[in-house]
Every structure is written in C-alpha cells, then in structure tokens.
Design a binder for this molecule. Structure first.
Ligand code: SF4
Length: 378
C-alpha cells in the first residue's frame, strides 16, 4: 500500500492563520500542471512495486485547478503508477469555488472524497481569518456537492479562535452536523510565527484564548460528535464508521507516500525528503528535468520517535506487540516503564496490547508525546 500527495501551492487570498506553503495564484496554471506531470514521471520508481491506495490533492487550493486539469493528473498517475481501481481520491476545495458545473465536472474526474475548508459558520470569524467565503457560500457548496453525487464529504472547522465563546463553537458543530457529512476535522487554532496572526500577537494585538475555554470547547466537540455517531479516531479527526480518512490513517501507520509539488514531503520507510518551497524554482526544475529536494535518513531512534508521535494521536495508540517486534525489548521496556506514571494519573490506559491516551491525556498530548521521545543519536 502507498499514497500520493499532490501539493497545489496557489491561493487567491492569504488566510491570517495559515502557514502552509502557498503563493497568490497566477492567471494560468498550465505550466504548473505540466511540471507536476513531469515530476510524477521522473519519480515513478519512488514507491517501488507498492499499490497506490490513496491520492490526495491538498494545498494551497486544489479547487483553483479546473476539473479537466485534475482529471488529467489522475489519469497520468494511473498510467504511471500501479493505482488501485477503488483508490480513495480526495480533493480539498474552497467553498466559493464550488459551482454546480464545477461539482458535476469533479464527479467525473475520479475524485471520490471531498474535503471542504468551512472553518466557521459565523461570518465575523471568517472575516477575522481572512477567508474568501462566507457561511452562506459554504452551506450552498455542501448542498451542491451532495447534489452532484458526492457522498464522502468532510469539512474542516477551527476552534479556540480569539474571542470565540463555547456556545458559538457549539453552534458551529451543531450546524455542521445538520449536513450529511461523514467526517469532520476540527483543529484548535495555533498561532504560528510568521503568519498574520503571529505578527499581530507580537504586537500585542491578538492573544490565545484561555486554557479553560479551550478545554470546554474540546469537550463540547467530543460530546456532540459522539452523540451524532462519529468516532474520534485521531486527535483532530472524527468519522462515521467506514469513513475514516484512509490517506491520513496511512500517514499515521507509516505507509510510504510520494509527495509531488513544491514543499511536498515523501516517505519510503527509510528516509523522508521534501521538495523546495518555491514555485518558481519548481517550474525551472521541470524545464531542467531535475527536482532538487532535502533528505533526512531515518535511523531506528527517529523511526521510533515518529511512531510514537503519530500513533499516540490515534484511537489505536501504541501497539505494544508492534513495538516489541520492530523496536525490540529496548523500545518495549522504554515505553512500558514510562507509561506507568501516565496511567496512574489517568492520562493513558491500556486496551489489550495497546496504550492509548484518555480524553484527559489528549488535552496535554503534546507534552506526553514529547516525554516519550527517545533522546540520543543512534
Ligand atoms: S488556509 Fe488554505 S486557502 Fe487559506 S491561505 Fe492557507 S492554504 Fe490558502
């Protein structure tokens, strides 16, 4: 099994919180699409003989590409790689790009899962985030996608916004759940340095919400999604049974993936590599037929740390049998000894051979995960 991630680096407007690699979209994206196809061709052996079970168009804003461009990329990937017939193919869309014609055309491309960046149903929040769309456009876009035949639809929401109350957040969740969505990703706002929000914080114009409010919003999220039949399978992800994101689940299970496009990361089990964050250079590389990248070789300690970082975020947690098999007695003993105090404080629990975070543990997951990181060189 393997995945392919395609980074479309263009946006029409820059959101205040965003630190994904993106630039303002040019009028014409033909050169970029050709460059992507060139990169796919040059890197066709990266995944070896693995069958591709997921393709993910992320960004940036994939919906700035026409349906025929997206369809062309999918066809080229199918011709170049061994792509499973029923491959999960996701595209991230911006609500204001979703017209009836665009949605129907997308339904014919092979894309079978849609991820839409709603973020909030309150227009004042959307303005603060500098999003392009308003809430009415997001609601129309969802209905349009369902009418076009998309069944597997997920939306993104953000909570913990400066000034957001828990009751506003509760209404955002309720309204989201009134649609036939099968999956929800909900992220607590992180103010990253270098973003518009980061600069505002430096000037004292913006601050994070109180921890108590954050906790209340997270608990509201857990209660409401559980009542609506969603399973909390990863810290920020909730899915109806059968609708978990296969692509992201594979990242967490350390399945290899190939990343195409500027800034995209790739992983083959032994190393990680990432393309330069520079569209101009990317287009130049396509002309030269050589895409430069940076590489990190993984050793058993870094592989162990990556496993902890990803597995502890999921409902399956750390699989002790896997740890014993792959990281041997040393890795197993390290985890079991360290987990004792977290279990004692009710932050972790053991379910058969798996160690998982409790809801209380999830609230301080970053701290717990960093305690599990194995220090050293080898
Ligand atoms: S959040 Fe999405 S749409 Fe907004 S700037 Fe970032 S990548 Fe672009």
């Amino acid at each position: 099994m393997a995945g392919i991630y395609i980074h479309i680096p263009y946006c029409r407007k820059l959101c205040s919180y965003c630190d994904f690699y993106h630039v303002i979209a040019p009028g014409n994206t033909d050169a970029f699409v050709s460059a992507l196809l060139k990169e796919a061709e040059l890197r066709k052996d990266y995944l070896g003989k693995e069958e591709v079970s997921t393709i993910y168009f992320g960004g940036g804003t994939p919906s700035l590409l026409s349906a025929s461009d997206l369809s062309g990329i999918i066809k080229a990937l199918r011709a170049t790689f061994s792509v499973e017939e029923d491959c999960e193919i996701t595209a991230e869309l911006n609500p204001d790009d979703v017209t009836g014609d665009y949605a129907s055309a997308l339904a014919d491309t092979g894309i079978n899962r849609i991820s839409m960046g709603v973020q909030s149903w309150k227009d004042s929040h959307l303005k603060m985030l500098n999003r392009r769309h308003n809430s009415a456009q997001a609601a129309n876009a969802l209905e349009t996608l369902f009418r076009a035949g998309f069944e597997n639809v997920t939306i993104d929401l953000i909570y913990g916004l400066p000034g957001m109350t828990t009751s506003e957040w509760a209404s955002n969740i309720d309204f989201s759940l009134s649609f036939a969505i099968r999956h929800l990703s909900a992220y607590h706002l992180t103010i990253e340095a270098g973003t518009v929000f980061g600069k505002m914080r430096e000037k004292g114009l913006l601050s994070e919400i109180e921890e108590e409010e954050s906790t209340a919003q997270f608990n509201t999220l857990l209660e409401k999604t559980e009542d609506a039949g969603f399973i909390h399978y990863e810290i920020s992800n909730f899915g109806k049974p059968g609708y978990f994101s296969l692509h992201n689940s594979n990242y967490w299970k350390q399945v290899p993936y190939l990343g195409l496009g500027p800034s995209a990361h790739s992983y083959n089990g032994y190393s990680r590599q990432w393309n330069l964050k520079d569209v101009k250079k990317y287009l130049g590389s396509a002309r030269k037929g050589n895409f430069p990248f940076e590489l990190e070789e993984l050793n058993s300690r870094t592989r162990f740390n990556e496993y902890i970082m990803t597995s502890l975020r999921t409902m399956w947690g750390i699989d002790l049998e896997y740890v014993e098999r792959v990281f041997e007695k040393e890795g197993y003993d390290y985890i079991v000894n360290l987990s004792g105090k977290f279990r004692e404080y009710g932050l972790m629990r053991q379910e058969k051979k798996n160690l998982v975070l409790t809801n209380q543990g999830i609230l301080i997951s970053d701290n717990i995960i960093s305690e599990f990181m194995m220090p050293g060189e080898g």
